[in-house]
Every structure is written in C-alpha cells, then in structure tokens.
Design a protein around this ligand. Sequence first.
Ligand SMILES: Cc1cc2nc3c(=O)[nH]c(=O)nc-3n(C[C@H](O)[C@H](O)[C@H](O)COP(=O)(O)OP(=O)(O)OC[C@H]3O[C@@H](n4cnc5c(N)ncnc54)[C@H](O)[C@@H]3O)c2cc1C
Length: 383
Amino acid sequence: MIDAEKRPLPARLDVAIVGGGTAGCAAALHLADAGRRVALFEQRLAGAQASGQNYGGVRQQGRVPEELPLSFRARAIWDRLPALVGHDCGFRASGHVKLARTAAEFAELEAWAAMAKGFGLEVSLLTGNRLRAEHAYLGSWVFGGSHCASDGHANPRLVGPLFARAAERAGADLRECCPVAKLEREGAAFRLTLADGRSTVADAVLNTAGAWGADLAAQFGEIYDERVMSPNMVVTEPIAPIFAASFGVCGGDIYFRQTPRGNVVFGGGRGTADKSRLWSRPLAAVSAGAAAKMTAFIPAVAHAAVVRSWSGIDGAMPDDRPVLGPSPTVPGLFHAFGFSGHGFQLGPAVGEVLAELVLKGGTATDVSGLSPKRFLPGKAGAA
Ligand SMILES: Cc1cc2nc3c(=O)[nH]c(=O)nc-3n(C[C@H](O)[C@H](O)[C@H](O)COP(=O)(O)OP(=O)(O)OC[C@H]3O[C@@H](n4cnc5c(N)ncnc54)[C@H](O)[C@@H]3O)c2cc1C
C-alpha cells in the first residue's frame, strides 16, 4: 500500500528484499509461502520500473544458452499465473516469430535452432515464401524466419503488482515508497536502513534492485559494471486484429506485437534515461525510425495513429546476461539484477530460484552461467 512507510518496521526479519520488480515480488511470494518473515522494500511502487514498462515479450527464442534453463522454468510458470497470482496477466502463448532479412541472418536462426534443439526446444525454420503464405500481412522483404510456438506476450503493467499482492496475501510485508539507503553487515546478519532513518535487521538480503542492483552491491565493495539501458517503445490506437504472434528481427532493432484489444506495441532503438531520478523518455526520432521499420514488415499498420511512446530503465551487464546467484563475498546476500533488456520473461522463475537459494542453499535450475562470480573472479570465496 502507498502508506506502508508509516508503519513501524519489524525488529527482525528472516529475509529483506530490496527492489519490487517481478523478480523481487515473486521471491517475496515464495518465501512467504514457505513461512519466512519476509519484507520487500520498494522505493516507488511495485512493478513500476522495468517490470511494468517493458514491451511484454515472453520469449525463449534468441536467448543465450546460459539463460535457457531459467527461461524454460519461467515459461512453465507463465501458464500457471492464474493459480499463482489469481490472474493470467494477459499472457497469450501466441508464438514468437524471429524474422531474417538476409541469408546471413537466416543462417543465424538456423544455428540458434540447432543449439536450442540440444536443450529440447523445437523452433520451426520458415522460408520467406512459407512465412508470407502463413502470415499474408508481412511485407515482401522478409527472407525467412523461425517460429517458437510456446513463446508469447503479456501485459507488463499487471505482472509485478499482481505478484506483490499475492505475496502480501501469503504474509509478506510489502513496503512501497520505502527506498533503502544503506545496507551493512551486523554480525552474521544485515542492518538495512531506509532513507527516512528507520532500520531493521535481516538474516538474508535479496538484491533485486534492477538497474540499481550494482549500487547496492557496491555497498559491500562488490563492483559490477552495470549500465543503464532504456529501450524506446511505441503503441498505436487499437485497430482491427491483424496478427497474433509477437515478432522480432535478427539484430533486435525492431519488435512488434498486437494486444488482444488491438493496439500495436512496437520497440526499436533506445530512449534516454537518468536512473538517479527514475526518469526515462522516448526520443521522437527513434520512435519515427521504429515506426518506419515496423510498417515495412507489416504495411497494414501504417494507417494506425500512435497514442503513446515511452521508455524505461533496465540494468545492462557487459556480457548481456543478468547477475543471478549468491554474492561471492558476503554470505546471506543474493543478487538478481542486470537483466539487460530481457528479464520480463525470466522474472517469475528468478523469484523461485532466489527463494530456493535462501531456503535450500541451492537450486535445481542451472544458473551457473549467470553467477556473479564471473565478474569478481579474484574475490570469489573471499568472505
Ligand atoms: C522498455 C523496456 C522494454 C523491455 N522489453 C522486454 C521484453 O519484451 N521482454 C523481456 O523479457 N524483458 C524486457 N525488458 C527487460 C525487463 O523489463 C527487465 O529486465 C525486468 O523487468 C527486470 O526486472 P527486475 O525485477 O530485475 O527490475 P525492476 O522491474 O527494475 O525492479 C527493480 C526495482 O528495484 C527498485 N529499487 C532500486 N533500488 C532500490 C532501493 N535502494 N530501495 C528500494 N527499492 C529499490 C526499483 O524502484 C525497481 O522497482 C524490457 C525493459 C525495458 C525498460
């Protein structure tokens, strides 16, 4: 609730979560379900940053091998959202088509399909003629594509808040409008101090602070090169249904989907942002360039009026992969940040994995390729 900051803090917690995006809210739900005294601290409103500002793509396709086990786990959860949070969050398994404009791009799709097959994920490779036969609205300059039937899209505005409310119902203490100013060791536990000076102690801390995750880690001397990325997004007025699948293009410079209500949402290029002010803006020239590219792929959208454009703030890591796992230097501290523009699909599974790390000391999902240790090799195990 908005006025949560007025309530006194509990003296002691099992787990404090800093950051109320999907990752943090999902972790809060699972830890509360397991009976842990857990509080989630969010500087503004749950799900209002990247988790609520994104394009809404729920895709496994195109991910690096290090992310695939987590992505598969997440995909299974997307089907279970009604049972988990009481709502489907607008998720539709509409399929995701990745388009190639050239033979070289098509070769990339073939290589990715062969890699994914090794993980058990089947995607169909389609020639340009086959694509145009199946998707008659596509423009003539598509060389080919690949189709992942189990991918889809969802309404990002719903996911974080609904996980937050489900976590509250399970017993988590949700503190919105409560920025965490300081995190420090207190014996084997942590003292967490809010910007208004109130503080509490927790045995474990989850750093799910998104683009601000590296700032929290730095309070323990762990330095991560997390940059800000702010994808540029546009949405049109609702128009008659044209396409159901979500589309992306090799190279990622344009992606588009049509919502069940008819709005066409598309992204491409970057806006601008200042994370110290939680401020992000689209750029008109970038929006116009994305519109030109998108309508070249689906000319029938050209008549639709743009009703809004926006951007958001995500953390990006140098290797384009999130940081997920126990801190290499501080026992009891767990990181999940830097999702590099593709953490929306992963969020529900990130929460489960974090909860398992806290409760069991390990996770059944192979997230070794996302470990924070890859950035702090000299410090690993130094605690
Ligand atoms: C415009 C855009 C389009 C995108 N499109 C897609 C897409 O289609 N598909 C996809 O998979 N991914 C997409 N992404 C990426 C995805 O949205 C993010 O990777 C994901 O939402 C990150 O979730 P999170 O929970 O880690 O972070 P966030 O949702 O950013 O949550 C972190 C939270 O921590 C809070 N916080 C930070 N510091 C503190 C503090 N000191 N005290 C208290 N609270 C704090 C912040 O206020 C924030 O709410 C997109 C991102 C953007 C910005």
